[in-house]
Design a protein around this ligand. Structure first.
Ligand SMILES: [Zn+2]
Length: 69
């Protein structure tokens, strides 16, 4: 999963962060990739928090989609 922008051939940084589905609480092996510069900014921290808050695993995402239809 890529957060933020990676410009051209900028160095990429990988993070292994614990991510949990916000619905079923299952842990999801998450690998976040971001550009080196962006990963050191406050904006990145905020984006990562938002991402974790809203994360749904594939199963819950499907469930949600079915409910809508
Ligand atoms: Zn789930």
């Amino acid at each position: 999963m890529i957060l933020g922008k990676i410009v051209g051939d900028e160095k990429r940084v990988r993070f292994n962060v614990p991510i949990y589905c916000t619905d079923c609480k299952k842990s999801v092996p998450g690998r976040i990739v971001s550009g080196e510069k962006y990963s050191q900014t406050k904006a990145f921290e905020i984006e990562l928090e938002q991402f974790k808050k809203n994360y749904l695993c594939g199963i819950c995402r499907d469930k949600k989609r079915c409910k809508k239809n």
